[in-house]
Design a protein around this ligand. Sequence first.
Ligand code: PLP
Ligand code: COI
Length: 362
Amino acid sequence: MPRSLDIAVTPNPRPVPDDRLAEILAAPGFGQHFTDHMLTVEWTPDAGWHDARITPYGPIQLDPATAVLHYAQETFEGLKAYRHEDGSVWTFRPEANAERMIRSSQRLALPELPVEDFVAAVDALIEIDERWVPDPTGEKSLYVRPFMFASEKFLGVRPSQHVTFMVITSPAGVYFSKGVKPVSIWLTEDYTRAGRGGMGAAKTGGNYASSLVAQQEATAHGCDQVVFLDAQEGKYVEELGGMNMYFVHADGRIVTPEIGTILEGITRASIIELAGKLDHQVEERRFSIDEWRDGVASGAITEVFACGTAAVVTPVGTLRWDGGEVSTGEDFVGPVTQELRRQLVDIQYGRSEDTFGWMHRV
Ligand code: PLP
Ligand code: COI
């Protein structure tokens, strides 16, 4: 594959031993173990992107005045590499992540990393740490985390004049410890995630920082995840802390909140295409919390699910709020959820034909 980035490689002299690696890959969890290498590229206004390098994975040194530590000027991405039966390794729609990182960077006044450089960087790191890509049993994969941050040492509030892009990778099993079981959702009425003109559509750390106290509220109410409503009217469903949402109706229609203040999920866009192919009418529109409550209570909504790279497709069982709850069943995984999930993961693991051209061979 052509590389526009000239990447210098310093191999790790002490890679994780094979027997320890086998232990990690047997039960990787999520985001706990990191591979032998990491990739770094620097940016300055004069030199542009430069000094691309792969080095042994390890701590980085930052001056206490580094801008990102104070003003959170950063963006990140999340995608996965999958091992197919024949041993080959593939990523899912990496160009879409690259394009989204450009949109996020525009919002955060960060420089744009060209799509081909993003893809080349991700490929190069996966290639050198290929032994870390788990076998496909149990839906394991290698989670890839590209991120970009304001690395200038300066306390003035303005776009950083030194930016660092990095990629790290981490073997991943299932995101939710209970596996593919319905999750329960807490409806927060105290907190919102994004407002008009805000940065809800960007993948940037601040959105996740602001979601944590709401997630604590969810946990305190016995729920797995929190759902955010729109900031203006407090009426329309936006998304979960790290997933987009779908509502399957008894007549086969599927409704998903429209883009604007939510993250434009790559899984979300893929599910819309898959559902269309399965003859579901998909509506991207504002969807009120009352429509959710009433729809489940009346049986007009038969299945609710959430999706994202880390969580794939996850069924949603119960919606709980201060004073009540509705549920499609605590153990029920609906047929539409199951079918869409199966079709998506079969493409990702190379078990069915990739008619959309989504997979990228590393
Ligand atoms: N919404 C939020 C807030 C997320 O963090 C994510 C995860 O990346 C998603 C939605 C789903 O996006 P994607 O399908 O691109 O992973
Ligand atoms: C992802 O699905 O890639 C996410 O970023 C969700 C979460 C781990 C932040």
